[in-house]
Design a protein. Sequence first.
Length: 199
Amino acid sequence: MLFKINFIGILLILLCVIVGNKTAPGRYCAYYEKDTVWAFGQIEGNTIQREGFWIFLDRWGDKKSLGAVGNFKDGRQNGWWIEYRYDSLQTKYNERYFVNDTIIGRGNFYDDKGNLELVQFYENGEIVAASEILLDDGKFYPSSASWSTFLTELITPENGKDHAVIINSWTNIIDKTVAGIAAVLLIVNVCFLFGKNCV
């Protein structure tokens, strides 16, 4: 009888640790280079496919400045993405809307004080001719200006240089479950050793 109880308990512990950690929702991933994290966000299933909200730090500076924030769906950029200037105030540089990694609609660019300075319109990821720029009189005028961004370079890991670590937010729950099973097994074994009928 004791053998069966111990066997079932050990089997439950193994199932919790092996299966639980691989299938539990709420998994996160952090990308790092030389022990310094530069990106953090949710992932889907057992892969490192980015999903949901992500935060990217400045990869080229001291990695203390916010670089960009945005959402992924099925591993692609979807929804609003905001890039920030690499300054001490974390001033917003631009905001653009993505659908499956493609910029669409209006993109807003801001000056170093956070004021709207340039508006660009996108179709299929390309800037269309109807860009507008805000001049000193407070009005927008047609412009062919095209401001560059480093968003693609910022969010793309470099092979051989960047590494990823997966963090499971359910680890604490799984650990508590395993500890509970181990405690029950210990009590059952102690009771059996002292000949008490505890079970």
